[in-house]
Write a protein that binds this ligand. Structure first.
Ligand code: FAD
Ligand code: A2P
Length: 272
């Protein structure tokens, strides 16, 4: 005997500013990345962030700031996200699957843009944790390599598994049919761990002040005339890196007042 269960069809609600998830990758139990469709009208500068989220239980959108991790030429948008176990948004967002929708407010903003820096020869990307997201965008933008002779990506996490998203991205760049020829051998990658034994270790601040990163890469120390930097991490990290950069003579700039370095928070709060 066949039992037919008649489930009432749930009306499909169209979210405001809805975009469809096309791909989700889980990197660790705390980190995942996902790609979504891109609104046709959305223009942004690599390095900027937007507000994204889900509809909350109260029927109001629950939105958070997210750096766009894909470059401005990409047909889709990519995001790299933390999973905060009891976080209002990410406790839910971490379960998102291809085919489902998120809300995306198409108003990109941010200070980590090439225009906010004076011309220079060498560009440093300094990130901890999910702070690599804006640089995942900028590392894939041809303009970065048109403007600079050399680009150094320093990324620090507690463990090697947390570096994996960035490591695979950097590895894929050299052979990328679209961006590979721009990258050439201009990009130097310096990943470090601080709480797990690995080939390269130590905090970004320590590796800059001790000169270890310059020695390991066989490059000249940082100086005001040619070096430019972009910083993205926790409040404490940003604060400490600023002091190191100022020590090398670099000054903080902004969109309206380009100088030698720019900073953005990777998140608000003390971290988890
Ligand atoms: P929330 O209530 O927002 O956060 C709870 C706590 O979790 C925070 O107080 C903090 O201690 C911790 N936390 C939040 N985000 C992070 C993080 N990324 N890394 C480590 N600890 C964190 N988050 C991303 O995952 N990817 C991004 O690209 C990104 N870009 C951002 C850009 C800007 C300009 C800002 C201000 C924040 C950005 N964030 C990003 C953080 C993001 O807005 C949310 O805080 C995060 O998605 C968690 O949301 P939630 O509602 O689950 O928890
Ligand atoms: P450490 O392990 O020595 O604290 P978190 O997971 O706490 O957000 O930290 C991410 C990475 O950033 C860790 O490798 C951590 O190193 C490093 N870090 C945290 N705070 C600072 C800081 N103030 N200056 C430099 N590096 C920092």
């Amino acid at each position: 005997q066949i039992t037919v269960t008649d489930t009432p069809a749930t009306p499909v609600k169209t979210l405001p500013d809805a975009q469809t998830v096309t791909e989700v990758t889980h990197w660790t139990d705390r980190l995942f990345s996902f790609r979504v469709t891109r609104p046709k009208s959305l223009r942004f500068r690599s390095g900027e962030f937007v507000m994204i989220g889900l509809m909350g239980d109260n029927g109001k959108p629950l939105l958070r700031a997210y750096s766009i991790a894909s470059p401005s030429w990409d047909e889709e948008l990519e995001f790299y996200s933390i999973k905060v176990p009891d976080g209002p948004l990410t406790s839910k967002l971490q379960h998102i699957q291809a085919g489902e929708q998120i809300i995306l407010r198409p108003k990109p903003v941010g200070t980590l843009v090439l225009d906010a820096l004076l011309p220079g020869k060498r560009l440093w990307f300094l990130a901890t944790g999910t702070g690599i997201a804006p640089f995942a965008s900028l590392m894939r933008d041809p303009e970065t390599y048109e403007k600079y002779e050399q680009v150094v990506m320093m990324h620090t996490c507690r463990t090697a598994a947390e570096l994996e998203y960035g490591r695979q991205l950097v590895e894929s760049l050299r052979d990328d049919p679209l961006i590979g020829e721009f990258v050439g051998d201009k990009l130097r990658y310096y990943p470090t761990t601080t709480r797990e034994e690995s080939a390269q270790m130590g905090r970004i601040t320590d590796n800059l002040t001790s000169g270890k990163v310059f020695q390991d890469l066989g490059i000249a120390p940082m100086e005001q005339e040619h070096d430019r930097a972009m910083v993205c991490g926790s409040l404490a990290f940003n604060h400490d890196v600023k002091a190191v950069l100022e020590g090398f003579g670099l000054r903080e700039g902004a969109n309206s007042d380009p100088k030698e370095y720019v900073v953005e928070k990777a998140f608000v709060g003390d971290g988890i």
